[in-house]
Design a protein around this ligand. Structure first.
Ligand SMILES: C[S@@+](CC[C@H](N)C(=O)[O-])C[C@H]1O[C@@H](n2cnc3c(N)ncnc32)[C@H](O)[C@@H]1O
Length: 245
């Protein structure tokens, strides 16, 4: 019995999107829930969790893929709900910011089909190389991985039908400004879907980097989106949709 519990815990920690487990201080969780936190950068925590200048935690795709692309993840990540929120039609163009090792690329590719385009974006050159090498295996769509700067999705105005970011929004600096760039890149009726960890999830990024959905709503509204927090069944995540009406 004891072994079973330990093993389950190991699996849960091992396949989190960010590969970290946090014993969340209760006061931090409550501050987030009451919206007391102001929008700010967290240089100390960021340097330990995704600051590409210092620790390069996202520079080993083969290693990360064991966690991020683990099929067990589907049980709690519910990729089908994420795809549904994007409302993709056959032939659509969809970009993913922070695509990592491509956990969502094949589901996106299947949703847009052989006439569609998937543009996986990542600020890590290693992740993009990994995806380029595998793009033929990632479903029927045209898959065009692209390395981008951390502050810009580098998409042309009004060229994409939908944009997804999964477990990555908490890594992005100056989120309002970034969301404005996403807004510009979307065609009319386009959608920006942000999926990230609940502030009280038992696993995930450091507590101080987590974003309550209310904060994401404000960031997207400031960028021009009409925003809804969508009801879903993911146990660790929330899903926010920005509509470009
Ligand atoms: C926690 S991983 C999530 C990967 C993937 N979305 C998934 O859920 O499996 C975050 C990814 O976002 C990338 N990333 C971090 N900040 C970024 C930024 N500002 N722009 C683009 N990619 C970024 C990292 O290199 C990494 O591959």
């Amino acid at each position: 019995m004891k072994i079973g519990i330990s093993f389950s815990l190991f699996i849960a920690i091992g396949i989190t999107g960010c590969g970290q487990q946090q014993a969340a201080p209760v006061t931090e969780v409550n501050k987030e829930k009451t919206g007391e936190h102001q929008e700010r950068d967290e240089p100390k925590e960021r340097s330990m969790h995704g600051d590409h200048k210092h620790h390069h935690p996202f520079s080993n795709p083969a290693q990360q893929a064991k966690k991020w692309n683990n099929q067990e993840r589907d049980k709690w990540q519910h990729p089908e709900e994420i795809v549904a929120a994007l409302a993709l039609r056959p032939g659509a163009t969809v970009a993913e910011i922070g695509a990592g090792t491509g956990y969502m690329v094949a589901p996106l590719s299947n949703a847009v089909g052989r006439d569609g385009i998937v543009i996986p974006l990542d600020s890590s050159a290693e992740m993009i190389e990994y995806l380029i090498e595998r793009s033929a295996e990632l479903g029927p769509a045209k898959v065009l991985p692209k390395k981008v700067h951390a502050h810009d999705p580098e998409l042309q105005p009004a060229t994409v039908d939908a944009v997804l970011t999964l477990d990555t929004w908490h890594h992005v600096d100056s989120r309002e400004a970034y969301a404005k760039k996403v807004y510009e890149a979307l065609k009319p009726d386009g959608r920006f879907v942000v999926v990230d960890y609940n502030v009280d999830a038992e696993v995930g990024p450091p507590q101080s980097m987590r974003l309550a959905p209310e904060r994401v709503v404000k960031q997207l509204e400031a960028a021009g989106f009409r925003v809804e927090v969508v009801k879903e069944s993911m146990p660790r995540h929330y899903l926010v949709v920005g509509f470009k009406d």
